[in-house]
Write a protein of this length. Structure first.
Length: 305
């Protein structure tokens, strides 16, 4: 096995040099023997590999100390030793001497890349999560339900899921089905299926936070004279007092009759007043409305005058 004089390869005559001097010498030699400058020259190509090999050893403080002990034994103060290439495997950028000196190991960077690739092949990778959305009514969300869901898998097949929607779930809250997402790789776990719950409003109820809004329809005379009216919530009814001269758009709050707040309580039920006029009236009703028109001084358009 040929002992390689790494100092002479870098154009240095002694080992009494610091890191900066080694770096400068490396750059000078690399420029001279770079393959782009010596196109087609196998000699320059091999010399360039030796230059890189020498720099890797001498630029590492620990490796340099080990090498210097051998250098002092083999080279010492001898002069004019001819440069010789040591053998290397065709696929390796390091020589046989380098491999023997460092425990018969290949290029450290090459080995790390190889190990990383091998490790990546063995590391379990969890599958991707999948997200979808289902619609439920306010009543269904309030009481909870079990809903069937059919989705197309990555293989193109249809798969059925049973989804338990808990009572009082919030709008846009997600339900997680563990392991029902895309398959994992290298033995990794499957991803999860997330189902976003969208609570739909209907013609009776509208959900805003924990409060439920509903419409309370009144006749013109009920609105003018005041009355008691029944308001329907999801699971019960409430009797409320309507004050005199209430207007369309005003609201009456019934506390604790709204949606579940997740803490054992409930939001409020908000009744929005809507005054309705009959589409058809009797002759007697017509006379009464006519008389009211004659005696009333109320003009809702006065604000525009």
């Amino acid at each position: 096995m040929i002992f390689k004089d790494y100092y002479r390869i870098l154009g240095l005559s002694t080992n009494k040099v610091n890191t900066d001097q080694i770096k400068i010498a490396f750059r000078e030699q690399a420029k001279l023997y770079h393959p782009d400058v010596n196109i087609g020259s196998k000699t320059a190509e091999e010399r360039f590999k030796d230059i890189n090999e020498a720099y890797r050893v001498l630029s590492d403080a620990s490796a340099k100390r080990k090498y210097d002990r051998m250098w002092n034994t083999h080279i010492g103060k001898k002069k004019n030793i001819k440069y010789e290439e040591s053998k290397r495997n065709p696929e390796s950028v390091v020589s046989d001497f380098f491999q023997m000196f460092f425990g018969n190991a290949k290029n450290k960077e090459e080995q790390e890349i190889k190990n990383k690739k091998n490790n990546n092949k063995k590391i379990p990778v969890k599958g991707d999560n999948v997200e979808t959305e289902i619609n439920v009514s306010i009543e269904e969300a309030f009481y909870g339900l079990e809903k069937k869901l059919v989705l197309r898998t990555v293989e193109g097949k249809m798969k059925s899921f049973s989804v338990k929607v808990p009572a009082g779930i919030r709008n846009n809250e997600k339900i997680r089905l563990i392991g029902q997402g895309k398959p994992g790789k290298n033995g990794g776990k499957n991803g999860d299926l997330f189902i976003r719950i969208h609570i739909e409003d209907n013609n009776r109820f509208r959900l805003k936070g924990y409060d439920i809004y509903t419409d309370l329809y009144l006749t013109p005379w009920e609105a003018a004279l005041g009355t008691r009216a029944t308001v329907y919530s999801i699971n019960e009814t409430a009797s409320v007092y309507i004050p005199q001269c209430i207007e369309t758009g005003e609201r009456i709050k019934i506390q604790g009759k709204g949606y579940k707040d997740g803490k054992g309580g409930r939001g409020d039920l908000i009744a929005e007043i809507k005054i309705m006029v009959p589409k058809q009236i009797t002759e007697q009703e017509k006379e009464l409305f006519t008389k009211m028109k004659e005696i009333s001084k109320f003009n809702p358009r006065k604000i525009y005058e």
